[in-house]
Ligand binder design. Structure first.
Ligand SMILES: Nc1ncnc2c1ncn2[C@@H]1O[C@H](COP(=O)(O)OP(=O)(O)OP(=O)(O)O)[C@@H](O)[C@H]1O
Length: 314
């Protein structure tokens, strides 16, 4: 569905995207995750033919994004960060006009608009003016606009930024349901770690315009960080004995251990320690987040970037 080689975009001396090789297969749901300014939107804008690359190549839905822009545009939906729908129009009319702009007949666009209104839960508000919709409803209308011509590939640039957690969860459900129903390939950008983690089968971590990791969320966490357990003991002597049994370090009355598949293996460890005469008084199982992965890869927290952006937007 998408194939890029050395895809690059420089804005004067800003290397926004710096040689990205990416393959996305039909049916995948891929999240591009990275801090503000990492190059996620710029990548999407090149793939959607909105801006030309400085170097490298990209084909989308089988067509070159520079030489065959029209063919690419007919086959993709793109929902940018701003709202696409005009505010004084009614949602349904906006959708129908959008379908007409793609060359669909009025009848087909009407029918498709009705389908999308239904599947995106907009039935009650579709005939109201867009300016009266809530942020979450407007965002869902944007998504309907991007899907009116039934594209096989949908690009979503930060679909849930600015929504409260409840609306965010609701939007995510709608995106997943749409995908299941229409088998749409989806590429989205996000700086919400939980969103990438829960929605995407594949997370591509981008930093300074480069791909620094690309895998399933679980494998990223297992490979780059891994599960850990922290055991607490009543006496330092017990902690020392336990550290020797587990061949790990001790700090005061605490023993830490890297342990793949920790939730399953922790009870066995507790049993072993009890048998050895060093019973633990408490245990904490720590499972990594995608932020831990980012921290491990870059030495910086992605969370800080996300929080900054939220503050800027407020
Ligand atoms: N039109 C432009 N002119 C100059 N610099 C630009 C332009 N568009 C983007 N940039 C710069 O390119 C870099 C990458 O920006 P981009 O918007 O792609 O990042 P992003 O990962 O999408 O970030 P965000 O999460 O904030 O949207 C940033 O340093 C940005 O300032």
């Amino acid at each position: 569905m998408i194939e890029t080689r050395g895809l690059t975009k420089h804005f004067k001396d800003v290397h926004a995207v710096d040689g990205i090789d990416l393959t996305v297969r039909a049916g995948e749901l891929v999240a591009l995750l990275g801090p503000n300014g990492a190059g996620k939107s710029t990548t999407l804008r090149m793939l959607t033919t909105l801006i030309p690359p400085t170097a490298g190549t990209a084909t989308v839905a089988g067509f070159d994004v520079v030489r065959r822009q029209r063919e690419v545009r007919l086959r993709i939906g793109y929902i940018g960060q701003g709202n696409g729908a005009g505010h004084s129009q009614r949602g349904r009319d906006e959708l129908i006009s959008q379908g007409r702009a793609y060359g669909m007949s009025t009848r087909d666009s009407r029918q498709r608009a009705a389908e999308l209104i239904e599947s995106l839960g907009l039935a009650e508000v579709a005939d109201r003016r867009v300016s009266t919709l809530s942020g979450g409803q407007r965002r869902r209308l944007d998504i309907a606009m991007g899907l009116i011509h039934s594209p096989g590939l949908l690009f979503l640039d930060e679909p849930s930024t600015g929504l409260d957690p409840q609306n965010r969860a609701n939007l995510q459900e709608h995106i997943l349901a749409l995908r299941a129903r229409h088998e749409t390939t989806i590429v989205l950008t996000t700086h919400y770690l939980d969103e990438a983690d829960s929605m995407a089968e594949r997370v591509i971590v981008i930093d300074h315009g480069r791909i620094i990791a690309d895998d399933t969320p679980q494998r990223l966490k297992d490979t780059h960080v891994g599960d850990r357990i922290v055991l607490g003991f009543l006496h330092e002597s017990d902690a020392a004995g336990a550290a020797a049994v587990l061949r790990t370090e001790r700090k005061g009355t605490q023993v830490r251990l890297g342990l793949p598949n920790a939730p399953r293996r922790a009870p066995g460890i507790l049993d072993d320690l009890r048998t050895a005469g060093y019973p633990a008084a408490e245990i904490e199982v720590i499972r990594p987040t995608l932020d831990d992965v980012f921290l491990q890869l870059t030495g910086r927290s992605l969370r800080e970037g996300g929080v900054d952006k939220e503050l800027v937007e407020v």
